[in-house]
Design a protein around this ligand. Sequence first.
Ligand SMILES: *[C@@H]1O[C@H](CO)[C@@H](O)[C@H](O)[C@H]1NC(C)=O
Ligand SMILES: *[C@@H]1O[C@H](CO)[C@@H](O)[C@H](O)[C@H]1NC(C)=O
Ligand SMILES: *[C@@H]1O[C@H](CO)[C@@H](O)[C@H](O)[C@H]1NC(C)=O
Length: 506
Amino acid sequence: MLPLLILALVAAAQAQPFTVTHGVGAGEATTSTVVIWSRTDGAGAYMHVSMTAASSEPLAFVSDETTSANGDYTMRLVATGLAAATEYSYVVCFKAGTEPGCDGLDTGDGIFRTAAPKDVAAAVKIVWGGDLAGQDVCRDAQKGFPIFRPMADESADVGVLSGDMIYADNLCSATGLYGNAQVLGDFNQSANLEAFRAHWAYNRGDALFVEFLEGTQVLVAWDDHEIVNDAGPSHDTRPNRAAGDVDPEPPYAPDAKLTPLALQTMYEWNPFSATVEEPRHYGSFRYGKHVEIFRLDTRLYRDANLLNDTTYFNKTLLGIEQKLWLKNAIAESDATWIIVQSSVPLSIPTGSIRTGRDGWTNGDASSDGPNTATMGGFEQELLEIIDAFKAAGVKNTVWITADVHFAEVFEYPEWAPNFWEGVVGPLNAGLFPKQEFDMTLGGVQRRFGPFGPESFDASVELGYDEVLKWMNYGVLEISESGSLKISVKDVNGMPVYENTVEPMFQ
Ligand SMILES: *[C@@H]1O[C@H](CO)[C@@H](O)[C@H](O)[C@H]1NC(C)=O
Ligand SMILES: *[C@@H]1O[C@H](CO)[C@@H](O)[C@H](O)[C@H]1NC(C)=O
Ligand SMILES: *[C@@H]1O[C@H](CO)[C@@H](O)[C@H](O)[C@H]1NC(C)=O
């Protein structure tokens, strides 16, 4: 009797339809390919994707593999053979068989646009942002993550999610830092796969974020909080032993490395074509004649933050291979605008002297101390890269960054006629306004307006609704003629800073 009963139960389990648990997503779209992502609620399902565009026959794709607990029931597939500069709608479902079709099944759907060929002077719209659900500023019980409503309404060609898209080392309480009721996060700080996955699931559970991802294909990047604060491969344990910290607090175990867990779960939960086996995800994405986006990996290859940054040591943030790739790729690019995605900013110091600077700059113009190469940072490498941009004759470049939890636009006229940096964030996290920047690059500040709280501590007093006014994201709009409008927009989608720049041609 028993074996028969078990067989019957197995059959019943397989007959249960698979649902789409966290919406869908598309990313890394080129002229002919796109990565489609989704997730279901059980093992043994193939992901089916059907696509339609006004100008072409419907296309059907099915994943090579079936879902499993090993992949947290997520699935990604690369759809190929698409037409350039075309809007596609797609429908995703999961089922045990490989025959096409989603009839009668739970589905998720989305749209995306493929890139224009490089000889076509197409208009391109990019939105970018970072810093989501940090410092116990999480999904508001009523509003969710409200910033994604205006971001979805932008209907951009590409959304660049520029890191700290989870705070694996933070919690989400029922009452948040700013006193509002929040959706409770059922997780501890991330020291195992389950907790990292729970952080991704929490952020991806927000209806407005899902809506944004359904309508905008994305380029995802990571920063430190996908792993742990200020992490790199040689300092990715909690506590930070390189800085002399001892005594880990549970759930952190002494010297347990977090990067492998972080990388696996980030790839599981986002439309990357990279895999744990082939982890390289830095690379460039071209959108017609005017735009090429260079996505950097600022985490996987960096030296220890605490190392001295001297000209003879060649301390690296990108790692030698990525740095060489970047220098060569920008020299070869004939795009009007070189857009560099870097999770960490160029002139705003991050981290601290004690634990090592985490971003490019060592902060020698900040109040932390005197100008010395022993302050850490990765300035020598940054200067080397900028010199390579100069040598390659790059004229029009925008670095898009986040990480510091306030917005700022810089112009660097000493380095190139049209060299800009747009720093945005947070999408939804604590505010960390700073007034002091490192002037090594001679940055000219283009502040977006009066700034409210003067410190993180001051911001805590404001309450969530007041703080919301300072949440922001960035927009780059490149016209058919190649002019570029850079904007910082607030939680209502209202520009708080905007500037239109004409490209230099030669
Ligand atoms: C968080 O950690 C506490 C203490 O170790 C444990 O009791 C609890 O089950 C953990 N919660 C989750 C969701 O893992
Ligand atoms: C950095 O330089 C200082 C001053 O020269 C030196 O004392 C220190 O040991 C160096 N640190 C490392 C990690 O090399
Ligand atoms: C360090 O970088 C400089 C500048 O690019 C280069 O000339 C030098 O050869 C490098 N040194 C080492 C040891 O790689």
